[in-house]
Design a binder for this molecule. Sequence first.
Ligand code: ADP
Ligand code: MG
Length: 766
Amino acid sequence: MTAELDLALERRIGNRSAAVIEKQLGISTVGGLLTYFPRRYLTRGELTPINEIPRDEEVTLIARVLSSNTRKMVQRKGSITDVVVSDDDGQAGLRLVGGTDYRGKVPGTLKISFFNGFRARNDLLPGRRALFSGKVTSFKGALGLTNPDYLVLDEDPFMAGGGDAEKLAAMPIPVYPATAKLPSWKIQKAVEALLDTMDLDALPDPLPADVTAREGFMPLGDAYRLIHAPKSADDWKRSRQRLRYHEALVLQSALARRRAQIAAEEATARKPVPDGLVAAFDANLPFTLTAGQAAVGETFAAELGRDSPMNRLLQGEVGSGKTVVALRAMLQVVDAGGQAALLAPTEVLAAQHYESIRRTLGPLSGDGLLGGLGSGPAVQVTLLTGSMPTAARKQAMLDAASGTAGIVIGTHALLSDNVSFYDLGLIVVDEQHRFGVEQRDALRAKARKPPHLLVMTATPIPRTVAMTVFGDLETSVLDELPAGRAGITTHVVGLAENPGWAGRIWSRSREEIDAGHQVYVVCPKIGTDDDGDFSPGEAAPGEAEPVNLGPGEADLDTGPVRELASVTAVVEHLAQEPALKGVPLAPLHGRQDPAVKSAAMADFTANRIKVLVSTTVIEVGVDVHNATLMVILDADRFGISQLHQLRGRVGRGGLPGTCLLVTALEPGHPSRRRLDAVAATTDGFELSQEDLKLRREGDILGASQSGGRSTLKLLRVLEHEDVIARARDDAHRIVAIDPDLTAHPALADAIDKYLNPEKEAFLERG
Ligand code: ADP
Ligand code: MG
């Protein structure tokens, strides 16, 4: 049906062009190139002559490169490429401005700087003409552009003007995401060739006719034509709207269909029992549940008791008490004779969950010595990770398989083929770093009957992200913190502008310790020669740059040459630090022996260790109420949600917490915006919005989207909330009436392609 879209590209645009496109863009099908949309559009009518460019405004200009010079930066690693351009060559582009003839005007020159502009260095050779677009900045009195978008122009007559000036002036120039070897105008030519050979009007339309009518959309064929070759701004705006909705509907229908399919499955009902573990647990709780915890708990209790699988996302602020709620759900399943599995993103975190859950359960945790003692209900909690000694792992596997273990905690490796459960009733995913839809499916497949599923986010996420990334799950929210939280104050400590503060951090730590409290020090690396101890899924160091500079330009300044703080180096340094003389401190990181790790944690929990120097292993699960100060070194190396999560470790008891975000980056560096954002608010929802804005969207959705790479093209989860919401309603309506989409074959096809983008191309060529 959509055979045309699956066709190999060389069949339509010739071998040579197709080969270049495949090599440079990784696109091999007709549909792939057809949906490779321009990133933006430039209009010649908006051109500004260099001599008239206004400070602090966005400008677009066409100019010729006079010279280009790349030099190393003095203060830090990296280079700057300075390109001097001039509009002194009588090119038509300039004369078209607003229909005015600029021939009489004095030409100007302008300096354009690119940080680590490897692409710019290759693209912008002297003599080349290009279109530049960016914000005018002034540096020491001279106006210039820094990291502008640019588009190297072809010298063909079309681009040089010549024809109908008025019309050309209004005609938008599409700007495609380009690579150094494949500039935008070449992509444009390939797309034009493709559009010429295709019967666009015959393409099946996934949008139902009533939706198209309601929204006033143009026909699909027109939308493809006009998004690539608009005659006016109105053309591309309207075609984008149509194709954006298309994207939203396909995505939401995929999720709605999935949700309906899962809801139709049969699960084992795990009804609450009156005198079981849950009751005993509640009776021993040292606090009362918040209203939110109680309400969410009731929802879970009811849904676990039904014979269709619960599929829930639990969102909640750091410290809102999600673990307690999840634990009560697990205990209900154990009470009903089933097992529960808790999946953590890393081994260290699995071990920490294990410790803290056993601590929270106290005598109810019936393993080891405690097992035989009590007379009431008990549950065996078992840890199962890949790094455990063979004998212990075998025992844990045996306990899981025999049903002796009621709660099994591990990484998702525990759901690999060789691990089996006697009767797995509930899977809790501690969604610290977002498992994708496929992993959720792999988990479900582990149980004989579909198990109940609870996914917990580490921090709250915007509604549209929940709808997009977790659209197959129902959502519960814990929106209040337990009473008695004294709050956290966060400061950015900028060492670049205040080098003296480096020492002040440690005297401040000493004050906390003298007051009887404890301190966390977090470093981005373990040793002096490694790449860190990052949990999977979180941005690795250097990749966290939240910058979107221009056409595919990801090469921003990556930070100082100076060594990043490492646990080993900091422990050594602090042992010599006068302010911390005599203070017991210990390192903690993922590469330590498990016994050493748990000893360090136990010592810190018991207040024998005053300063814990660690990697992000403490991000989750650690719960020491006496810790009041958190120092995060080279904080610019961490993502927003990670920082928010980290600081949630202090200010937990009745004691107010302080978090110091230490950075050596200069004020104004893009990566410092993250720190300012974290310091400005403790509201997790607000921060996740900010996070989304600062990161490239693909980083957020990338791994969680099916197919690996981000498949969202025109849809932006933050900007297009209304589109997503409407598409979601449409999708639910469609799926409710037609669960298998038999009456909507084009939509069903589009969903399949969305879920398996690689597979189709592969089949075609094979
Ligand atoms: P998170 O939602 O970040 O996972 P936790 O479940 O780790 O939060 O809970 C944070 C801390 O708050 C823990 O020490 C937990 O025992 C405590 N806690 C949870 N619920 C309550 C409550 N209702 N009242 C007081 N303290 C609570
Ligand atoms: Mg937690």
